[in-house]
Design a protein around this ligand. Structure first.
Ligand SMILES: NC(=O)c1ccc[n+]([C@@H]2O[C@H](COP(=O)([O-])OP(=O)(O)OC[C@H]3O[C@@H](n4cnc5c(N)ncnc54)[C@H](OP(=O)(O)O)[C@@H]3O)[C@@H](O)[C@H]2O)c1
Length: 443
């Protein structure tokens, strides 16, 4: 039984998918049953890494969705619109959708899931987070019995590549970024990666799956690596830490009404060298899931690229194709619930907790006058606000600083954010403190 596939997009991921479909030998037997029927692109003249019959290509993406020969719609065009509308259009006509589009799912996941559940079609999103790493289906299914306490991860390969090189070479951020762009590891416009937006999209999706309810994407506190100073990477190294852009979702409380309160954020974070996430280098991604009773489970692998991402997209297509094979379900005439677990009513109310109430360890670098008693005054500000310190160290003043300046690095114990902010306000007001040069999280 051949199953017709419609591809929306033939860029990096789309071409990777077409490549797998064109070479079924040695793969799961169902790959041989998948036939590419129509492919939407923007530019029919563009050279492609894979040769396809020219009559397969069209610039009319809606025609791909509507084509009766297309049974599964694969959205790999990216962006919010028309991707969102095309996904909803496919659902409306009862066609299952596979998408790699984290931006759409992070913002419209609830709308899309509701439409899919109402119409009884699958929308599978394995490629949207972690590229080739299976994390969506494990979170939805294999770890379903657990109370998930925390999901934390390195889920942006570009920034991890930049941070790895900053640590290895002691190089400045702008220098490494320029080199990463030359090598194709960073986009010409790197904003979504380096400012943390891409990681925030992905942690929004992981949080929704881990805690069973969607959160407002735009409310996720997000700090990227674009203002990170090589000094902090070097100091972190001297203190026994690596710096990683961590995306974290953690349940901190449940209200009397049963609403899960989540601390979800993206921050450059000092990770102790013996922590499993500290060993993740280069463009690789890793996601650490902590739950009861499973303990810690880590997923590691290539987080992007044509092959790895297409691997996840085709796995989702096979999932749908497999269900079709063993039952007559999943067709426009005989729909199935979107997802057996979600259909059982597992969506729960979730919301982001007030950030002042969250608890973290912090790393702070201060530029101060180089005189006796400075460390004592800074320590008093922290103490007065109830912030206990793990370490406070004076480093050599940077060569570009004014004469008579010192640099002081503080690592706090885990403290409430409101207390930390109070201490920092008092420290900034000290005449001996020239500036707060950096403020990062510590795991
Ligand atoms: N690249 C990765 O490693 C990776 C990893 C995980 C997830 N993803 C996600 O996968 C999706 C695709 O990424 P990508 O890197 O493959 O993007 P890409 O290389 O820019 O490819 C996008 C494709 O979509 C086509 N397209 C865009 N807008 C269109 C429109 N309005 N009508 C018809 N065709 C349109 C483009 O046509 P033309 O070729 O004619 O311009 C192109 O073929 C994104 O959501 C991305 O976030 C990518």
């Amino acid at each position: 039984m051949t199953i017709g596939i419609g591809l929306l997009g033939l860029g990096t991921v789309g071409a990777g998918v077409a490549q797998i479909l064109a070479t079924p030998r040695g793969r799961h037997p169902l790959v041989g049953e998948l036939a590419l029927r129509r492919v939407a692109v923007r530019d029919l003249q563009r050279a492609r890494p894979i040769e396809l019959p020219s009559d397969l290509l069209t610039t009319d993406a809606e025609a791909v969705v509507d084509d009766p020969a297309v049974e599964i719609v694969v959205e790999v065009m990216g962006g919010l619109e028309p991707a969102r509308s095309l996904i909803l259009r496919a659902i409306a006509v009862g066609k299952p959708v596979v998408t790699a589009n984290k931006a759409v799912i992070a913002r419209y996941g609830e709308e899309i899931a509701a439409a899919a559940a109402a119409r009884g079609v699958y929308v599978l999103i394995e490629a949207a987070v972690g590229g080739g790493i299976p994390i969506i289906e494990p979170l939805k299914q294999s770890l379903g019995a657990n109370r998930i306490s925390r999901v934390s991860g390195i889920i942006n390969g570009t920034t991890n590549y930049i941070l790895s090189r900053m640590a290895d070479e002691g190089a400045a951020y702008t220098e490494v970024l320029a080199d990463a762009q030359r090598l194709g590891y960073a986009e010409a416009d790197p904003a979504a990666d380096v400012q943390g937006g891409d990681a925030a999209d992905k942690i929004a999706i992981l949080a929704a799956l881990a805690y069973g309810g969607s959160i407002t994407r735009s409310a996720i506190p997000t700090q990227g690596i674009d203002r990170l100073d090589a000094r902090d990477v070097a100091y972190a190294d001297q203190l026994g830490y690596g710096v990683k852009l961590l995306a974290v979702a953690e349940q901190v409380a449940t209200t009397a009404e049963g609403v899960a309160e989540l601390d979800v954020s993206v921050n450059p974070t000092l990770v102790p060298r013996d922590h499993p996430l500290a060993g993740v280098h280069g463009v690789n991604n890793a996601i650490l899931v902590e739950g009861d009773p499973v303990g810690r489970v880590m997923f590691y692998g290539p987080g992007a690229g044509a092959g790895p991402t297409a691997s996840a997209v085709v796995a989702d297509i096979l999932n749908i194709a497999g269900i079709r094979q063993v039952s007559a379900l999943g067709t426009p005439e005989q729909p199935v619930p979107l997802d057996p677990l979600l259909a059982a009513g597992s969506w729960r109310p979730c919301r982001l907790v007030d950030s002042a109430q969250t608890r973290h360890r912090n790393y702070v670098r201060l530029r101060t006058s180089d005189q006796a008693g400075v460390i004592g005054r800074i320590g008093t500000c922290f103490g007065d606000a109830g912030v206990s310190l793990q370490s406070i160290v004076q480093f050599q003043a940077p060569t570009d600083s004014e004469g008579g300046e010192a640099e002081i690095v503080v690592i706090t114990h885990e403290v409430q954010e409101a207390c930390f902010r109070q201490a920092m306000a008092a420290i900034e007001a000290l005449p001996v403190v020239a500036s707060v040069a950096a403020c990062l999280r510590t795991l």
